[in-house]
Design a protein. Structure first.
Length: 288
């Protein structure tokens, strides 16, 4: 494993931290606020690692993950940053059975970029620990992930050659993802309530798919003689892949796809037949 360069500059590159709004009562960064450059490391896994301080403690090496919807801080950094004693025992922690603490970081800084009242979760995530263990010789341990609640307020530029991130305020204020997630969990029964999907026209075929079938598409079980599908050349045994550009990976997907097509409109259905993809033109008719 090759050795990466050390951080290119000090943890704070600017004497004045750029403020980060936490809610509607916070002041937005001025429109003419100067961008702040933050040094980063690039792990062999291609993850970005940035220096982070929590309530003035640190710095802690954390991954800036542009795909992470929340900020994760491990228990060691959480304790040193005086976060765990303020953690909430309710919410998602109660729903998921512990091991996860919701917190608000009073002051969180990534390089010279500072956010106040940043929502985060304190937990020892196995993936973060695995990355830390795999690259422990590349600068030290990894203490967590910097996610969307922090970086979503900025337009970021990545300079891979210089190993630098540039932050510019964009005026956006991310919502409370954890609260949204908790609301979704609490209302899962409503979100998963079955919905009736009815096709606007007649197609003249029946599809099915076995529960253990993970392949793309659904199997055409029946094609009614003289119907639109029969006239288009669809055959029993065909594997229906798409209808009018919409995936048909399940019976439900197929119902949604055909329901979006108006009667009398000719659309393309793609099927797999004898190891080849075949395109058919189907025109559903008005139901009688």
């Amino acid at each position: 494993m090759h050795t990466l360069r050390k951080l290119l500059a000090a943890v704070v590159l600017s004497g004045v931290a750029l403020p980060c709004p936490a809610d509607d009562k916070s002041k937005d960064p001025p429109a003419d606020a100067k961008p702040i450059v933050v040094p980063m490391e690039i792990l062999p896994s291609r993850h970005f690692v940035v220096p982070v301080t929590l309530n003035g403690k640190g710095p802690f090496r954390m991954i800036l993950d542009t795909g992470a919807p929340l900020t994760l801080i491990n228990s060691k950094a959480g304790k040193e940053g005086e976060l765990t004693k303020k953690a909430s025992g309710g919410g998602l922690m109660g729903l998921l059975g512990g091991g996860l603490n919701q917190v608000t970081v009073g002051k969180m800084k990534v390089g010279g970029v500072e956010c106040e009242k940043t929502p985060a979760v304190v937990m020892d995530h196995p993936t973060v620990q695995a990355i830390s263990d795999a690259f422990k010789d590349e600068g030290g341990p990894i203490y967590g992930l910097v996610g969307f609640p922090f970086f979503g307020r900025y337009a970021m530029t990545v300079d891979y050659q210089k190993k630098e991130l540039t932050f510019r305020p964009n005026g956006y204020k991310p919502g409370d993802y954890m609260q949204d997630l908790m609301n979704n969990l609490m209302n899962a029964d409503k979100l998963n309530k079955p919905k009736t999907v009815a096709a606007a026209g007649l197609w003249g075929f029946v599809v099915d798919k076995d529960k253990k079938d993970d392949d793309a598409g659904v199997t055409v079980k029946t094609v009614f003689a003289g119907g639109p599908a029969d006239k288009a050349g669809l055959k029993a045994g065909d594997r229906l892949l798409t209808v009018d550009g919409r995936w048909t990976d399940s019976v439900g997907d197929t119902a949604v796809a055909v329901s979006a097509v108006k009667p009398g409109k000719a659309v393309t259905a793609v099927v797999a037949r004898d190891g080849k993809e075949v395109k058919l033109t189907v025109t559903p008719t008005t139901g009688q």
